[in-house]
Every structure is written in C-alpha cells, then in structure tokens.
Design a protein around this ligand. Structure first.
Ligand SMILES: Nc1ncnc2c1ncn2[C@@H]1O[C@H](COP(=O)(O)OP(=O)(O)OP(=O)(O)O)[C@@H](O)[C@H]1O
Length: 256
C-alpha cells in the first residue's frame, strides 16, 4: 500500500472554452490528506477545476502541482493511473464481473509495466462489500453498491488521490448519506486526499474538512465547515449555507 494522499496546488489556473471564460484565474491548495468539497452553482467551473488535476482539461495558463510536481510534466496516462476518478455514472462494464471491473484499470495499465494485480477481496473489504460480490455482474448491484465498486476500482491502481465528481448524485437520499459517510471513513482509514464536487452544501458541510466555493469561475469563499457556518468564509458561502440551514430548520419545525 502506498503512503498517504499528496498535496494538490492550483497556481493561477485559467480556462476558457471557445473564447468564453469558464474558470480563473484561481489559486487554491488542498493539504495532503484533506477531504475538500467543491461547491457552487451549475456552470461555476467545478468540473473544469477537478479535471485539471488528471489532465482531462488543460489550463490555458497557470499550473497544477501534485506533491510539488507539475501535472503537465507527467505523461497523462501514467498520471491518471495514479489518481482515482469517480463520477456519477460510474461506467462499470456490464458484461464483466465486479472483480473483472475492479481489475480493469490495472490490466489496461499493463502488469508487465510493474502495475501490481489488484487485491480484489481487500478492495471489496475496503468499500465494505461482501467478498462473494466479486462474481456478480453490475446489473445485480444496487446503485449504492455499484458506486462503491466504482470507488474500489478507482483505488485498484494504488491511487491515494481521489477525484469525485458528484459521486453520489444519482443515489436516493438515504443511500447517498450512507455511501457518503462510508467513503469519508475510507478516506480517513487510507489517508487519502479527496476532492469532491457536490451540489449539496449539507453533504459538503457534513463530509469535508475544507470547502471551496466557486462562482462564475472564481473562488469566492473557502474555509472549514465551522468557518462557513459561522459566516467567516464570505457572502457567497453564507448564502449557500443558509439554504441548507433553512431546510434543516424547516424539517425540524415539521417534526415538532
Ligand atoms: N467542453 C466544453 N465546451 C464548451 N464549454 C464548456 C465545456 N465544458 C464546460 N464548459 C462550460 O464551462 C463552464 C463551466 O463548466 P463546468 O462543467 O466546469 O461547471 P460545473 O460547475 O461543474 O457545472 P455543473 O455543476 O452544472 O456540472 C460552463 O459554462 C460550461 O458550459
């Protein structure tokens, strides 16, 4: 097993699509081992920022460093093998078993290039799925179970940096809550660095160590959940927190 998750630094990253600015200039730092949530309205640039880390999006200017090394200096394929990527429609191969799906990224990377064969039982245990799920096909899994297989697959090449783009967005609220908390426990156990895009401020407040708030491509607020709740992370962050708080208060009032 590799050492803990690395630090990630964004230095003045800028990106436009077809001449239309989408992101930046933006500076941010994810401390080694942190769980960082990225929130903001639709189109704010969250996925663009996340995908700069594994070079699915290249910045027009500025740079991203992982553990002090610019991602642009590393071949994209090798870089992506070292980073877990979990997204909403996780894309498990329907004709392959769970075990084959988990082994797939390492197989693509090539055992002959020194990529060790994944320990499927250990990975299933890490995401708290029974060992006999290894033989199941994806269609025999619930949405929450499939998402956990996606996390196991993302960890299979030994990645200690995880990018999660609305990972639990398609799950019902109860499953979403349970899978989110399980993932947070896994993050702590393995000492991962995790960057998670979410639309749900309550989820960000409950799971993350730090929250970055994006608005129209700019970082408009940043802090620990306690900072956001105390109104110390800027007006945009407070506005999003107020929505979550009003919902919680309305539910509490209904129960009285
Ligand atoms: N490949 C692309 N081509 C053109 N425009 C794009 C492309 N990808 C993103 N954009 C635009 O860039 C802006 C930021 O998009 P991005 O997907 O990063 O936002 P987001 O905050 O992740 O949004 P959402 O929450 O809706 O997923 C949006 O205006 C979007 O339309």
């Amino acid at each position: 097993m590799q050492a803990g998750g690395p630090e990630v630094v964004f230095e003045g990253v800028v990106r436009a699509y077809g001449g239309v600015p989408a992101l930046g200039p933006l500076d941010a730092r994810l401390p080694a081992g942190a769980f960082v949530a990225l929130v903001g309205a639709s189109g704010a640039g969250k996925s663009t920022l996340l995908r700069m880390v594994n070079r699915l999006v290249e910045p027009d200017s500025g740079r991203v460093l992982i553990g002090g090394v610019p991602v642009a200096d590393r071949p994209a394929a090798a870089l992506r093998r070292s980073i877990g990527y979990v997204f909403q429609s996780i894309g498990l191969m329907p004709h392959m078993s769970v075990a084959e799906n988990i082994r797939l990224p390492a197989r693509v990377a090539g055992a002959d290039r020194g990529v060790p064969a994944p320990d499927v039982p250990a990975l299933l245990a890490a995401v708290e799925l029974p060992a006999d799920y290894a033989g199941r096909r994806p269609q025999a899994l619930s949405g929450g179970e499939a998402q956990r297989v996606g996390v196991a697959r993302a960890l299979a090449t030994g990645a200690r940096l995880m990018l999660l783009d609305e990972p639990f967005g398609a799950l019902d609220p109860v499953t979403r809550d349970a899978v989110g908390r399980r993932y947070r426990a896994l993050h702590d156990r393995l000492g991962l660095t995790s960057l998670m895009v979410t639309h749900d401020m309550a989820e960000a407040l409950l799971l993350a160590d730090r929250i970055l708030v994006l608005d129209r491509g700019r970082l408009v607020g940043e802090g620990a959940p306690a900072d956001l709740l105390a109104g110390r992370a800027g007006a945009a962050a407070s506005a999003l927190v107020d929505v979550a708080r009003r919902q919680a208060e309305a539910i509490a009032a209904l129960a009285r």
